[in-house]
Design a protein around this ligand. Sequence first.
Ligand SMILES: CC(C)[C@H](C(=O)O)[C@@H](O)C(=O)O
Ligand code: SF4
Length: 486
Amino acid sequence: MSNGTLYDKVWEKHKVAELPSGQDQLFIGLHLVHEVTSPQAFGMLRERDLDVAYPNQTFATTDHIAPTEAEKRERPLTDEQSEEMLSALERNTSENGITFFGFESGKQGITHVVAPELGLSQPGMTVACGDSHTATHGAFGSIGVGIGTSQIRDVLATGCIAADKQKVRRINVEGELGEGVYAKDIILKIIQDLGVDGGVGHVYEYGGPAIEALDMEGRLAVCNMSIEGGARAGYINPDETTYEYLQGREYVPEGEAFEERKAYWESISSDEDAEYDDVVTVDADDIDPLITWGINPGQVIEITDSVPHPEDFEARTDREAAEQALDHMDIEPGQSMLGYDVDVAFLGTCTNGRVSDFEEAAKILEGNTVADGVRALAVPGSETVREECEARGIDETFINAGFQWRRAGCSMCLAMNDDSLEGDEVCASSSNRNFIGRQGSKEGRTVLMSPAMVAAAAVEGEVADAREYLSDDPAGSASGVGEAAD
Ligand SMILES: CC(C)[C@H](C(=O)O)[C@@H](O)C(=O)O
Ligand code: SF4
């Protein structure tokens, strides 16, 4: 194929058959499993006396229910439902010969953090997981899809799913990010431009100079939130950054085998003259840090802008959503989000729980302390991330600033463990969803932002512009930054 996209090529290589339904039977190369969505699927296999078809291509970890306080990891877990899910996963994986990265393994963490760092996610693969953020793995140039329970059953039993091929939208991110502006801001900007439903029926191919300039961790953050933009998956063509990242990782072959694999990886990249169903351009030069003001990730503004009026939206549904958001967040149209009081600062998740995220935040925290009354949580995305941060002394910066330094898991991203908002607390969060009730309290309020912005909010006790802390000019002020960015 000379004018194909990566999506076309990888799809064709994994297509087993066309089904009478019109869907394709797609072979899945890597199946990732966690404790929340898998127990029922394993149960279905057991009922039919079926074996797991490809145990060697299936890897499990525990993340959503994982307690993040070391002493709460003792078994049995105090929360009965969590203990049940965890024991079920342990039994299901050991009975079926599936590798499980549990607490004792030293590799436990969020599925979408663990698989990339171990080198399990590789270019040209199809990756499936019973989790909507499986798009994350597309950062390597793979097709990562979130699947439901019956599809988990299908992958376990046959290695395949029935799937609809999507259209491909190329998103060119031109220019260069300014200081204090990150991958998270790129994806929030894309969602602001295209909307939370803009990607429906599509996968997003991200490219252009600003994407190519991102390291793998930044690319993972961008692809992670494809689903928040409504896309079925999101990916970035593999390049030297990808190959360099992969080399030497536990599940990546070495030597000649690596070179062979690399030749395949290069062959599946989108061709220069690939045809797309749609092409969109975003200019990275113009992006200021973004923060959400509402209750979905599309209700987002640049920090230098003010909260919109419901009348600014054309569609009635958007106007109503804006009214509901203003009411829930207790904010007024036209106001700035700068100065919005924050009770909790939460740094972690499969979007921004990697070493570089903690590193960026630590630059802001160095020599500063968390504001009085702010509860600040740093939750590494995996135990490997935690150990690396500790080896480099990054944890010290957090602890000295007044953050709690925790063990790995999803934590307050959706509060399936003990980490939860209380009452109408406001949380400055590096996560990916700000839906009502998402962080464990119905009245709780979530403001999504980059890790650096979370750190600045923790120090100020209110939403702040992290760039003030990064300015070389010690006299640099918020207004100075604002003027420069206008
Ligand atoms: C619990 C899980 C199924 C869910 C998902 O699918 O994404 C969770 O990870 C989330 O982020 O909301
Ligand atoms: S960190 Fe959040 S978004 Fe990611 S898998 Fe866990 S709950 Fe889902």
